[in-house]
Design a protein around this ligand. Structure first.
Ligand code: RUB
Length: 310
């Protein structure tokens, strides 16, 4: 898919979930590189840079998108020919996509060790990384049951129960406001991540922080499944994460509302690190307070300023 097609599919939620968004962005830049027919290196660079801007603007919250385009264009400035630049971008994109898929698999393996036979797990929204844990445990022969939240307004919970049911995992769907009611019967919570901040806070689907608070209240372990490209070097340089707010019509038909009533539709929220037991990453299971070290290790001290314009 072209950059414009990927960006519009991300905006319209046909491509969703921070990992898939990242992989699709890398693939889109790869396609731009493969399809470039000119011989002018500066023009080629400009096309890739404008593709990067279009992709990054398509959804503001998940740092995975930013990290994916940065990783795909890494080393582009040093290329001395169109052919060299093309091969750098194609190689980077392929490596990113491969590493991303392997990370989801590893997170599944590491996270499954935190589950025991007979456990009932809650998950929120639809995270490939969190579902990888549950499906790996199930495939290892564990008897795991899942409570999935509906996740209004887009109802990604339906995707979750479809995916888990197809894998043979018994599922129960609950509405978002039933989380606290259900928590008394839950043994562990596993969710995904759009962004992990340098202080260990989690940015994920709106409602995640309420699930975390309910889990903490009931002493239920709250685990976050996050590939390292979900960690934000930008928060290390002081930036705040922008919480996307989408159109009110996703929540309610405006015609049903009395005039003057406003509707807000924030689609992500922040869960403080004190509510998080562990971050399950492809480089290991770590406490949220180790986020700083992961960022420095993965992205380097200097790269936190890379590509940051203001
Ligand atoms: C999806 C969401 C997911 C994370 C992680 O929100 O919040 O928990 O993106 O997903 P949306 P994954 O549906 O608005 O994109 O583990 O698949 O990367």
């Amino acid at each position: 898919m072209s950059v414009n097609d990927v960006a519009s599919s991300i905006k319209s939620m046909e491509i969703r979930g921070a990992g898939l968004i990242a992989r699709s962005a890398a693939e889109a830049l790869k396609q731009t590189a493969q399809e470039f027919r000119g011989s002018d290196l500066a023009v080629f660079r400009k096309e890739l840079e404008s593709g990067k801007k279009v992709l990054v603007a398509s959804r503001p919250t998940a740092i995975s998108l930013w990290n994916a385009v940065q990783a795909t264009l890494r080393g582009a400035q040093e290329a001395t020919s169109v052919e060299e630049l093309r091969s750098i971008v194609v190689g980077n994109a392929d490596r990113f996509v491969k590493r991303s898929s392997q990370a989801v698999e590893l997170i599944g393996k590491f996270g499954a060790k935190r589950l025991k036979d007979g456990m009932r797990v809650m998950t929120h929204c639809n995270s490939k990384a969190a579902l990888s844990v549950i499906k790996t445990a199930h495939a290892n022969g564990m008897d795991i049951e899942v409570y999935a939240t509906e996740s209004r307004p887009w109802r990604q919970g339906l995707l979750t129960v479809r995916d888990l049911s197809a894998a043979g995992v018994p599922c129960t769907l609950i509405i978002d406001s039933a989380v606290r009611w259900a928590m008394k019967d839950i043994d562990a919570v596993f969710v995904g991540a759009d962004t992990i901040c340098s202080n260990g806070a989690l940015i994920n689907k709106v409602g995640t922080s309420q699930v975390a608070m309910a889990a903490s209240d009931s002493r239920v372990p709250f685990m976050v499944c996050a590939e390292t490209y979900k960690f934000s070097p930008r928060t290390l340089s002081g930036e705040m994460v922008e919480i996307e707010e989408r159109d009110a019509s996703e929540v309610v038909d405006p015609q049903l509302l009395p005039s003057g009533v406003k509707v807000r539709n924030p689609v992500f929220d922040a869960t403080p690190p004190e509510y998080i037991d562990s971050l399950i990453t492809e480089v290991g299971v770590i406490p949220p307070y180790a986020a700083y070290e992961v960022i420095v290790r993965e992205f380097g001290q200097t790269s936190i300023f890379e590509g940051i314009e203001d």
